[in-house]
Design a protein around this ligand. Sequence first.
Ligand code: 3EB
Length: 344
Amino acid sequence: MQRSLSPHDQRLALISGTTFAVHYADSSTARALLSDPARWTLGVVGYGAERPNFMPSTCPFVAAPLLPATGEAMFEIWISTLPTRPCRIGPVSGACNDELVFGAIRLEDVADIALEDAVEKSYLAIFDFLEQTGLVEPIRFWNYLTAITADERGVERYRRFNIGRHRAFSARLRAPIPPVASGVGGHWGTSVIYFLAARDAAKPIENPRQVNAYEYPPIYGPSSPRFSRASIYSSTLTRTLFIAGTASIVGHETRHVGDLAGQITETTENLRALIRAADQEEACSRDDRWALKVYLRDQAYREPVETALHGMFGTACEPLYLRGDICRSDLLIEIEAVRQTIAG
Ligand code: 3EB
């Protein structure tokens, strides 16, 4: 059951049409968003930026180890039209309203701790945080690791990451299907995990063109990657489609190795397939608001991706372009999306 909003909160939510939204913003837009009295902040992620001085110290902030592909510092801002309150439990900090919580943790990613142990410990802390906030259904995880495909004492770091995530999910995740996630490598600062969770669970959507990642064969590592590729989260006023894992994979195999144009086409096909699958579950409206985030192994890939996305989404959508290593070294790009529709 969803809790109903107070008349005041309902009015505020209706002004913006949603109870939450994500904005990808440069510094001046971020400053304006954060000072808007009709909006509260769930959390902010900085790309190529530490906490900016215009941000109140109570505002949850985490610096991602990924740099913007444009050079200029960028911010991912999770806004709420309902009042939020900061939450901090152990090493996890964030903010919540009555239906949604944002949280982030910096990994203890140091040489004398095996990555799988740091990841398992971090996820266990996240599950503790969810229990304490009472918003126990994880909706979306972002896993940003430094040197994601590098070797760590004979085992690739992404494989170690999967082992740790698998252990924690086996112990604590209640849902049979894992939530939507991103696993991307960065080149700067500290590994982080940040997330959204809610009172009510999202409905998983899978890509008919791809093997579910949590059912990958063991050639990709001893523990399969625990994530699903899309889900629909329905809240009081909004229906949100989360899409991830659109890299150039068909079945479970990488396609178009070394061929950027081929990978872009395959990625947009994966996006389309997930949108189709979602729309079979719930009809979409014309008032959709899209937020796209693009990971590029090389910032020179930006122009052709921009052209493809322009063709698909038009000019209404301004993607956030990041330099990020997709977790298989033969994958060149990945696109994730948030689509919000006002519930009828
Ligand atoms: C893939 O589809 C590409 O490990 O959380 C995409 C999204 C990928 C999330 C994760 C990995 C993850 O297998 C990589």
